[in-house]
Structure formats: structure tokens, C-alpha cells
Design a protein around this ligand. Structure first.
Ligand SMILES: *[C@@H]1O[C@H](CO)[C@@H](O)[C@H](O)[C@H]1NC(C)=O
Ligand SMILES: *[C@@H]1O[C@H](CO)[C@@H](O)[C@H](O)[C@H]1NC(C)=O
Length: 197
């Protein structure tokens, strides 16, 4: 082996080592961040964790603040939604599942869910003709504000620090799980190392 070839090999090995160190430092930092999401609805005694068998609110399965039994008891006691559009059902369903959100530390404060005013207004518009028991939502409430207040939400103008609808959860895409992320990073690392040699 000539000197220049072994020199190049050493340089590539060094690069791989640096990459490995970066991955080893960065991954635990990302994991620690994900793991420290406080579930403020539950008095900060709980952190968000994977819940792979949620019977509903399942878009939170990779990281959820609720437990399976809580979803069953909360959604089981909710009013039945009749004759509503798909868009309305999605919004109401999403609204009901707030207690599962791993982002609740951003908008659950002093016993109140701070909800974005636009989420209330859009839901009200979508659900006006939806029947709750024997009345249409549009007949029971004058506005999205009234509708959300009746459901004990605290309405916040703007989009910051408030519970907002995420339309992507009903359009088939999924929040990337930490495990997928980890596998992706490791395979990227292997791929780079293989390409180097
Ligand atoms: C979740 O609950 C909502 C509201 O009760 C219902 O419309 C929806 O069909 C449920 N989804 C599943 C997967 O059970
Ligand atoms: C929602 O509707 C209320 C009136 O009911 C209005 O004051 C508020 O500005 C609306 N919010 C948004 C984001 O459009």
C-alpha cells in the first residue's frame, strides 16, 4: 500500500469518526428533548410517551399524553355526532383529543385549554348544520367563540401558544416517530461511510 493511499484511508476514517461522534451527541439531545415534553393537563407529573394502541386520537400514538383507558372513557361519554360532513367530524374529533397532545405544555395553562380563535371559527362554520342531540350547532350557538366557550375552551387570538387544528392528521400523513428518525440517521451515517470507502 502506498503512503498516499493509506493517508487517504486515515483521512476517511477520521471523517467517519467525526460523523459518528456528531450522531452520538446529537441523537441523545433530540431524544431528551422529545422525552421531556410535560403533560400539563395532568399536573406536570406525566411526560409524553408512545401509546401504540389508542382507540381514537390515534394520530398521537407515537407520542401521547393520554392513556388508552382515558381515551375510551372521555370519548365514550361525548355526545354522538350525527349527519356531519367529513371536515366537521375531523375538526370535532381533533378538538376532543386535546388531552392527548404532546404539545399541551404550549397551550394548557391554569386548568384551561387556550384554543386558537381561528380553530373555533372554522369549526363552527364547518359544523353549523351538524346535529348535537336534537339541535344544529348553528342554532345552539351564535359563533365559534360561543361554541368554544360552551366547551370550556379559552379563546386566544392569533396562532401562538394556542391549540390549533392540524389538517395533516386526517390526510394520511403521520408524525414521524423517533424510531424512524433514528433509523434514518443511522442508515444515512452507514451510507456515507460506505460511500467513502
Ligand atoms: C373517534 O371518535 C370520533 C368522535 O366520537 C368518531 O367520529 C370517530 O369515528 C372515532 N374514530 C375511531 C377510529 O374510532
Ligand atoms: C372569530 O370570530 C370572532 C367573532 O365571533 C372574531 O371576533 C374573531 O376575530 C374571529 N377570529 C378569526 C381568527 O378570524
Amino acid at each position: 500500500m502506498s503512503a498516499s493511499v493509506s493517508e487517504m484511508l486515515v483521512r476517511k476514517l477520521n471523517l467517519c469518526l467525526v460523523l459518528l461522534i456528531v450522531v452520538c451527541v446529537w441523537v441523545p439531545v433530540v431524544m431528551a428533548e422529545e422525552n421531556s415534553l410535560l403533560c400539563t393537563c395532568y399536573g406536570e407529573a406525566r411526560i409524553a410517551e408512545p401509546q401504540y394502541n389508542l382507540p381514537n386520537c390515534s394520530w398521537y400514538k407515537n407520542l401521547a399524553c393520554c392513556l388508552r383507558t382515558e381515551v375510551t372513557s372521555v370519548l365514550g361519554s361525548m355526545y354522538m355526532i350525527h349527519s356531519s360532513t367529513k371536515a366537521c367530524r375531523a375538526r370535532l374529533n381533533y378538538m376532543m383529543c386535546y388531552f392527548c397532545s404532546p404539545d399541551q405544555h404550549k397551550w394548557y395553562d391554569k386548568g384551561k385549554v387556550n384554543i386558537c380563535s381561528s380553530f373555533c371559527n372554522d369549526t363552527f362554520e364547518e359544523c353549523k348544520t351538524t346535529m348535537l342531540e336534537d339541535l344544529a350547532i348553528g342554532d345552539m350557538f351564535k359563533s365559534g367563540t360561543e361554541f368554544c366557550e360552551a366547551n370550556s375552551f379559552e379563546i386566544v387570538p392569533g396562532k401562538d401558544h394556542c391549540f390549533d387544528f392540524d389538517p395533516t392528521v386526517f390526510s394520511g400523513s403521520d408524525r414521524m416517530s423517533l424510531c424512524h428518525l433514528l433509523v434514518m440517521i443511522l442508515s444515512l451515517f452507514c451510507w456515507v461511510c460506505v460511500a467513502l470507502f
